[in-house]
Design a protein around this ligand. Structure first.
Ligand code: PRP
Length: 480
């Protein structure tokens, strides 16, 4: 047996050992790309999976590549080594001159000179691609190709047995579990083995708002001694559209400080990586907003501290109206409100405006409302056409940003001339989705607020001020 054959055989043994261990799926895949990189003597390897629409490739396990390269942009399956999607091997011997390289400049900066890529197949269907990246320009041997195909098959086995890939019965299709714009969201969520029910609930919430997610997508090395990695960290979720990792500390409270430390370390080592820690209390409060979780039925003792008096609100609304009037001078705007929280704000704002304004409303379905929809949808659309108009979307509060990002996408598709958001309250600390806010009245803390249109179970909307809700001797512990 030649030297290379021995190396390949040993490395396959190593991968098989990892696959047959108690490592998590993410750790197994990380091990696989790491061992393969070493055996092939290349700079790094990446396992990428097709998204639900089979258009994008998402890196799910990488080794030897910088974060900058991994997050260079959307890898389009039909542009980047497209023959892989036809089940063929793709070999690039010089990335500088090859048109099949989507991010050529990035590859050059990363010192990637040649690439070998093979399809990852599950039951005869292509679900992704495994690629090896080399520092030097060179041809790849058929032994290397065969080896990479074998590793791709092992990766497929891990993915399939863990439920990471979902077989859509009847349609004959196999899709990665991230399901960005899927209507029937229940089955993919069920097919993933979540470590904790709260993670499954969170995945359902993301699915409802059509936010693409990947569960435990990759592990980060946190500590090592020489060549040996002594600590890894696998965040619970990755939201590719937001390029954001989410770690939930909803398990034992004792683990919270440990997780805080890991997140701090990750930020230190990978400063470009965005990660948000969702603590138990934050998470319960988030769920309570939709009438779920342990705080949903919490008893209240009525209204607590007043955060903004009626006078303070009026003063700020008048200022906002002035800003809008100045920015839209000489134009006629269309104010759009998402029912129902914005009603007081909208009514006051429009009366202070010094530019002509039309007004219209839309409504969307709520998570857990049981109206039959498994994904957010419009329940009342605009009567006025927004096409070609200067639209100002008026909100009472922007919290996670999920409502707004859905509504904005809906409005943008109708081609307004301009589209800006005006919100009275901005609960920035709870944001999950980046949304552009042109006009903000007040930034508010993560407390449950009522009054001036905001409700708690449909109560308190008609208060002229904004206050915290008092719950069992504590203020604002319910959600928001
Ligand atoms: C509030 C508010 C926003 C949404 C913001 O509506 O009016 O539309 O929450 O939350 P998000 O940023 O987390 O998506 P709510 O669901 O309370 O309904 P309501 O307007 O009828 O009170």
């Amino acid at each position: 047996m030649g030297r290379q054959a021995i190396v390949f055989s040993k490395s396959l043994g190593e991968i098989a050992g990892a696959l047959n261990s108690s490592l998590t799926v993410a750790e197994k895949l990380d091990c696989l790309v790491q061992v393969a990189s070493r055996a092939l003597g290349v700079r790094g390897c990446s396992l990428m999976l097709l998204d639900a629409k089979r258009k994008k490739l998402i890196h799910v396990a990488t080794h030897g590549l910088s974060d900058r390269y991994v997050r260079a942009g959307v890898v389009e399956a039909d542009k980047s080594l497209p023959e892989i999607m036809e089940g063929k091997t793709a070999a690039v011997t010089d990335t500088e001159s090859d048109p099949r390289i989507q991010f050529g400049e990035m590859a050059r900066r990363e010192h990637i000179a040649s690439i070998l890529g093979v399809p990852v197949m599950c039951r005869g269907r292509i679900v992704g691609s495994l690629r090896a990246y080399n520092r030097i320009r060179r041809e790849f041997t058929s032994a290397e190709e065969e080896y990479l195909i074998t590793v791709a098959n092992l990766a497929a086995t891990v993915l399939e047995s863990s439920g990471t890939l979902v077989s859509a019965e009847g349609s004959g299709s196999t899709e990665p579990k991230s399901a960005p714009h899927r209507r029937a969201v229940r089955s993919p969520v069920r097919a993933v083995s979540f470590a904790h029910p709260s993670e499954e609930d969170f995945a359902r919430l993301l699915d409802f708002y059509q936010i693409e997610w990947v569960y435990e997508p990759r592990s980060f090395m946190l500590e090592w001694e020489g060549d040996k990695v002594t600590e890894m960290f696998t965040p619970d979720f990755y939201l590719p559209g937001l390029d954001l990792y989410i770690e939930m500390t909803t398990l034992k409270p004792g683990l919270t400080s440990q997780k805080n430390r890991k997140v701090r370390r990750l930020r230190e080592l990978y400063p470009d990586t965005k990660i948000k820690l969702l603590a138990r209390r934050d998470y319960d409060r988030l769920l309570a907003k939709y009438g779920h979780g342990p705080l949903a039925g919490a008893k209240t003792e009525g209204v607590g501290r007043i955060l903004f008096s009626a006078d303070q609100i009026q003063m700020r609304v008048r200022q906002l109206a002035k800003e809008i009037s100045r920015d839209y001078e000489g134009r006629r705007i269309l104010l759009v409100g998402v029912l129902r929280g914005m009603l007081c704000f909208m009514a006051d704002l429009m009366r202070y405006l010094e530019v002509p304004a039309d007004v219209d409303f839309m409504a969307i379905s709520y998570y857990g409302s049981g109206d039959g929809g498994e994904a957010v949808h419009i329940t009342k659309d605009l009567d006025v056409k927004p096409n070609g108009r200067d639209v100002v979307l008026v909100e009472d509060i922007v919290d996670t940003g999920m409502t707004l990002s859905f509504v904005l996408a809906h409005l943008e598709a109708r081609h307004p001339a301009t589209l800006a958001v005006c919100t009275l309250l901005d609960k920035k600390v709870r944001r999950l989705t980046d949304v552009p806010l042109a006009y903000v009245g007040f930034e508010v803390p993560d407390e449950f607020l009522v009054g001036y249109g905001l409700d708690y179970r449909e109560e308190y909307r008609n208060l002229p001020f904004i206050a915290l809700i008092r719950q069992q001797g504590r203020q604002g512990d319910i959600g928001g």
